[in-house]
Design a protein around this ligand. Structure first.
Ligand SMILES: Nc1ncnc2c1ncn2[C@@H]1O[C@H](COP(=O)(O)OP(=O)(O)O)[C@@H](O)[C@H]1O
Ligand SMILES: [Mg+2]
Length: 145
C-alpha cells in the first residue's frame, strides 16, 4: 500500500455530483458518516502518486476535508499536491515509536502511543484549507530501507 487518501465528508455522498460512486462508510464508533478511506496501490511507476494527488485535489475542491497519507519510502505525494521539492522533503516522517505492541486479555495488537489527533497536529502538513499530508516514512540513505 503506497498512498492513501482519507476524506472526511461535509455532507453529501460521493457520486451524487458526478464523482465515481464509492460506498460511503456506514459509520462506526468515532467515525463520521460519509467518510471515505481510499488506498491506492500498484507497481512502481503505474501512476499511484498522480492518482492520489488528483483525487485529493478533486475531493478538496468539492469541499471535503482530506488526509493524504504518503506510505511510499520514497515519498513524493507532497510534490504531486503542489509543494516545491525542497519543502516536501522537509516534512518530518512519522517516527517508529508512535506504535507499540501490546498484549492483554483482549489479545495482541499494535496501538498508537499518542492520540491520533496529536499525530496529525505534530506531523501533519497543511497543503491548503482542505488537505493535510502525512508522510509515513522515508529511506534517508542507501541500505536503510
Ligand atoms: N495517466 C498518465 N499518463 C501518462 N503519464 C502518467 C500518467 N499518470 C502518471 N504518469 C507519469 O508516470 C510517471 C509515474 O507516475 P507516478 O504517479 O509517480 O507513479 P507511482 O506513484 O505509481 O510510482 C510520472 O512521471 C507521471 O507523471
Ligand atoms: Mg509514487
Amino acid at each position: 500500500m503506497k498512498e492513501r487518501v482519507a476524506a472526511g465528508g461535509r455532507g453529501g455522498v460521493a457520486g451524487a455530483d458526478g464523482c465515481p460512486y464509492v460506498e460511503p462508510d456506514a459509520g462506526g464508533p468515532g467515525r463520521r458518516r460519509g467518510a471515505l478511506r481510499l488506498a491506492i496501490a500498484g507497481k512502481g511507476g503505474s501512476g499511484k502518486t498522480t492518482i492520489a494527488g488528483t483525487l485529493a485535489r478533486l475531493l478538496a475542491a468539492r469541499d471535503r476535508t482530506v488526509l493524504a497519507v504518503d506510505g511510499d519510502t520514497n515519498p513524493n505525494l507532497g510534490q504531486a499536491l503542489g509543494l516545491p521539492t525542497e519543502g516536501a522533503s522537509e516534512i518530518a516522517a512519522l517516527p517508529g515509536d508512535l506504535l507499540k505492541r501490546v498484549e492483554d486479555e483482549a489479545g495482541a495488537r499494535t496501538v498508537l502511543t499518542v492520540p491520533a489527533q496529536e499525530v496529525l497536529a505534530r506531523y501533519g502538513r497543511d497543503i491548503d484549507l482542505n488537505i493535510r499530508l502525512l508522510v509515513m516514512g522515508r529511506v534517508d540513505h542507501a541500505g536503510a530501507g
